[in-house]
Ligand binder design. Structure first.
Ligand code: SF4
Length: 364
């Protein structure tokens, strides 16, 4: 049984966020080492399979059709193009490919069928596949699961209160509904947010409450620093300070101990020392590649040099499939139906997970 707490309050989270920094780092690093190998970082490659022309109005996003930004729009990529990019990502150390399409929601039809084929194709390369395609129905979530999807990304972006300041074309509850639809399958949930959009610390804590009180908690939580893009409503926002980023990562680690905390957008503005502090505070995943959908990201070689410098190793795929609660819930659901679980965790991944835990103990 997991000892993860699910009844966090905003006040408790704010208290953690505002601890003296050394104490916060120590607490976060201690929890991190209990649940993860501190020298392993999961590397994902984010691929924009359909860029620009989105009907939504997310204030931070250069892909919204209504804003005048410099990005070049593209129709849906072909399966062959995606396969070539996935092979390149695998060769440079990525264990996961995350495919993003600038859609409000998934529509059944030829394009969705193509995406399902992309999922099957990447799966055959022994890589984890993630998609971020907008809102999903339960049926679409099941179809993605059947194709072999490993994770679905759907960020909460901010607190429920601040969400409407940034996006008006859909509501916070729509986000939760899609996450709920994904949870009805064996696909893992990736959901986080962005800091630096003008929100207060209370909003940062509010977003973490929304994520940490989900049961199970998301398997992956990306923490993004806003990349203010010219032409978007948030173009004038000041860059996020590294101290805010470290505090946010550390607090996320403490309230969601089993989760993979993903250092996402904004890394180009962070020094190696700053990123090292984030890894110490519990970040254990990054996006690789020189672009994050449309915004800049450090070059893969730079990241690999940083890994060497810090003694970090890229994580192999399929090490950690699900939160313990998800495994238990899926197990009992299938048992009550008298069926065998449709998802599987190959034995060797459990073994690797155990090995990683053993190694982590020796490093404590
Ligand atoms: S964040 Fe996604 S949904 Fe929002 S405008 Fe950009 S592409 Fe569209």
């Amino acid at each position: 049984m997991s000892d993860t707490k699910h009844n966090w309050t905003k006040e408790e989270i704010l208290e953690i966020y505002n601890k003296p920094l050394m104490e916060l780092l120590y607490d976060a690093a201690t929890i991190h080492r209990k649940h993860h190998d501190p020298n392993t970082v999961q590397v994902s490659t984010l691929l924009s399979i359909k860029t620009g022309g989105c009907p939504e109005d997310c204030g931070y996003c250069p892909q919204a059709a209504r804003y005048h930004t410099n990005i070049e729009g593209n129709d849906l990529m072909s399966v062959q193009q995606v396969k070539a990019q996935a092979l390149r990502a695998k060769a440079s150390g990525s264990s996961r490919v995350c495919m993003g399409a600038a859609w409000r929601n998934v529509k059944d039809g030829a394009e969705f069928d193509e995406v399902l084929e992309m999922v099957r194709t990447i799966n055959k390369l022994d890589m984890e596949v993630c998609c971020t395609l907008g809102m999903l129905t339960e049926n679409q979530a099941h179809r993605l699961a059947e194709a072999g999807l490993y994770a679905y990304n759907h960020n909460l972006d901010s607190s429920e209160e601040y969400y409407k300041e940034v996006i008006s074309t859909r509501g916070f509850e729509d986000r939760l509904e899609t996450i709920d639809n994904v949870r009805k399958t064996n696909v893992t949930v990736c959901s986080g947010g962005i800091i630096g959009m003008g929100e207060k610390e209370e909003d940062r804590a509010g977003m973490l409450v929304a994520l940490a009180t989900l049961n199970p908690q998301p398997e992956s939580v990306p923490i993004n620093a806003l990349v203010a893009v010219e032409g978007t409503p948030l173009e004038e926002q000041e860059p996020v300070s590294i101290w805010d980023m470290v505090r946010m990562v550390a607090t996320t680690r403490i309230v969601m101990p089993e989760t993979q905390v993903r250092l996402s957008a904004g890394r180009t503005d962070m020094s190696r020392e700053g990123q090292a502090m984030c890894f110490f505070a519990g970040a254990n995943s990054i996006f690789a590649g020189d672009k994050l959908l449309t915004t800049p990201n450090p070059d893969v070689n730079e990241d690999m040099e940083m890994f060497k410098l810090l003694g970090l190793n890229p994580q192999k795929p399929f090490i950690k499939k699900m939160q313990p609660e998800t495994v238990e819930a899926a197990d009992s659901q299938f048992q009550s139906l008298g069926e065998k679980p449709k998802w599987s965790r190959p034995d060797h991944t459990i073994e690797r997970n155990e090995q990683a835990k053993e190694k982590a103990k020796t490093l404590r």
